[in-house]
Ligand binder design. Structure first.
Ligand code: TGC
Ligand code: FAD
Length: 389
């Protein structure tokens, strides 16, 4: 397989700083050397390659856009986005691990925690010594997390949690769970440590998608946690939704990596696969598919870069993030399907990556707000009329 190069029809590289390009190339090299050789096996075995966690931490991947004083890389949001892009070029499940650890566990501790909670958790999570998960979704409340049943009751110096979460990335391997529950009628965030009595995190098996990622249930039965484990600045659904904004930003960038991997694979295959005595790349219909792929990738690159610049200038809002998450995941999935098609029968085998990316992207289209929920978020903003219910 030809060495990966990202397409750049619009000279988008000229819009990146030297530091941003350096971050991208170090991640790209790491993915080629360390992730690509093991990812297909992890995917087939439905395991997360845990041996890569210390290396990912060394690369500064966890909470990369959070301040250095907590042991984080402190890079800007465009560099962070490029990291997610390169990681997801390897696999969406590996990017999910980094997204959850950084955007959904470290971010809420940073944004809603006490200084003591930050000092205690952030360096350990940045170094990969501790792993986190984020429990919002419940069996009966996915798109509508405001309906959650999980609740907390104060009892002396403790909160008592009852309820269940489902579809939780990293749940069974996490040292700490950021759990969202109603307390006195308001959604609040709690830190629940592994092995707390009354807390279990059984793994969910038999996924056809995101197989190189651990997905779990979280079950709380009279689970008692110290009052100090409340994230004090949380208050209302806005708090977990604020974390989702961070993670969705990373996803919008990440899926460009999957799309680029599929395009690269299809382009190279089309140039060498001979049918009717010619490379299939010489047929107009195949060129049309490749042209569609690269055009959509180019649009995604421009959209994500401007989103990153807005975030770096503290001007980004959550509707803009919904536009990018919705658009980029939709087109990445279309590109993966087209690439699989160009690869013919070979495209269904583990010798090629496009089908793995395609299956992963079905999850990415659903989690962090489904495609249609993002349609409604955008619709609500532009019309002023929420149509969620
Ligand atoms: P709604 O009344 O619209 O909003 C409540 C308050 O929150 C504010 N808000 C946000 N704030 C920050 N960021 C966002 N993205 C926000 N969206 C809304 C909103 O302004 C309001 O503020 P205020 O001051 O008026 O109180 O709430 P709603 O109950 O009608 O729900 C709206 C809806 C449907 C859009 C929302 O619930 C939603 O986004 N649903 C999708 C659920 C979802 O995305 N779940 C993801 C679970 S985590 C996950 O999937 C991890 S995957 C692993 C990985 O990332 O790799
Ligand atoms: P539902 O909400 O039941 O939606 C089903 C369908 O109905 C969708 O097509 C949806 O668009 C549509 N629909 C729903 N409401 C409306 C409406 N108002 N108008 C129009 N259409 C509507 N969650 C976490 O909290 N933490 C995690 O770490 C996490 N990781 C995940 C990992 C994986 C592998 C997966 C698959 C999911 C993960 N999730 C996680 C859960 C994910 O966020 C939810 O699956 C997602 O929010 C959708 O919820 P649902 O699956 O219950 O679908």
């Amino acid at each position: 397989m030809k060495k990966f190069e990202s397409p750049d029809l619009y000279d988008i590289d000229s819009l990146l700083s030297d530091e941003e390009k350096m971050v991208r190339s170090s991640l790209r090299e790491w993915v080629d050397e360390n992730l690509m050789p093991v990812i297909e096996d992890s995917y087939q075995q439905a395991t997360f390659p845990t041996h890569l966690i210390p290396q990912m931490a060394e690369l500064g991947l966890f909470g990369a856009n959070l301040p250095e004083k907590y042991g984080c890389a402190g890079v800007n949001n465009v560099s962070y986005g490029l990291m997610m892009q390169e990681l997801e070029r390897g696999d969406s499940g590996i990017r999910s691990f980094a997204s959850v650890q950084g955007a959904l566990v470290m971010y809420p501790i940073f944004a809603y925690g006490t200084e003591e909670q930050r000092q205690h958790w952030l360096p350990k999570l940045a170094s990969g010594e501790k792993i986190g998960c984020f429990g919002l979704t419940e069996p009966d409340f996915g798109s509508n997390p405001g309906g959650m049943q999980t609740n907390a009751v104060k009892d002396g110096n403790e909160y008592v949690l009852n309820g269940a979460k489902m579809w939780i990335t990293n749940g069974s391997i996490a040292d700490v769970a950021v759990v969202w529950a109603y307390l006195d009628g308001k959604v609040r965030g709690f830190l629940v440590e592994k092995d707390t009595p009354g807390f279990k995190a059984p793994e969910m098996k038999n996924k056809h998608s995101l197989r190189a990622s651990i997905t779990s249930e979280l079950i709380f039965q009279d689970c008692r946690i110290p009052v100090d484990n409340l994230l004090p600045e949380t208050g209302g659904l806005k708090s977990p939704l604020g974390c989702l904004t961070q993670a969705r930003f990373g996803i919008a960038w990440g899926v460009m990596g999957s799309a680029m991997a599929c395009y690269h694979e299809a382009l190279n295959y089309a140039k060498t696969r001979i049918q009717f005595d010619k490379p299939i790349a010489s047929f107009q219909l195949v060129q049309q598919k490749l042209a569609n792929m690269v055009s959509e990738i180019t649009k995604m690159q421009l959209l994500s870069l401007q989103l990153g610049r807005l975030k770096d200038n503290k001007k980004m809002n959550f509707t803009q993030v919904s536009v990018a998450k919705r658009n980029n995941v939709f087109h990445a999935l279309e590109i993966a399907r087209m690439a699989r098609d160009v690869l013919g029968a070979n495209g269904i085998t583990a010798e090629y990556q496009s089908m793995r990316h395609m299956c992963n992207l079905e999850t990415v289209k659903t989690y962090e707000g489904t495609h249609d929920i993002h349609t409604l978020i955008i619709g609500s903003d532009i019309t002023g009329i929420p149509a969620f219910s």
